[in-house]
Design a protein around this ligand. Structure first.
Ligand SMILES: [Zn+2]
Length: 135
């Protein structure tokens, strides 16, 4: 594990470009969270380090956008945006890929992958369904 810099989001995206899903982890209490910040939101400790996440979790919720709220997103409509709950407890906003939105179900199991989205060059964390909900 390495420490968080003064710009933890820049670090997060740099890890993502390397195909690594890294999240802040609090040394005293073990809490993990996203988006990254240098202060543990659970116990307020600044003793925080990066931890590699398994990238496995489930779809907590999702939406499908049928309208582009920014001009540069117009070519990608409709597209989904999902809230994924990782097994570590981290909630991450991302996209579900490899499946039509009509096939996405809340609770489905997912696994992280890294791919450019919305025509950008750098890969970011996205999630692929791996199976139905287990509960
Ligand atoms: Zn903590």
């Amino acid at each position: 594990m390495t420490g968080l810099s003064s710009d933890p989001m820049a670090q997060f995206w740099a890890f993502a470009r390397q195909g690594r899903l890294m999240v802040p982890s609090c040394t005293p209490c073990g809490h993990r969270w996203w988006p990254p910040s240098p202060l543990c939101p659970e116990c307020l400790s600044r003793d925080v380090a990066w931890a590699e996440d398994s990238g496995r979790g489930h779809i907590w919720s999702f939406v499908e956008y049928h309208r582009a709220y920014r001009k540069d997103l117009a070519p990608f409509v409709p597209y989904n945006v999902a809230l994924v709950e990782l097994a570590s407890g981290v909630l991450l906003i991302s996209r579900i890929v490899g499946v039509e939105t009509s096939g996405i179900r809340i609770g489905d199991q997912v696994e992280v992958d890294f791919a450019p989205i919305f025509g950008e060059a750098d890969p970011v964390p996205v999630f692929r369904p791996t199976g139905p909900a287990t509960v």
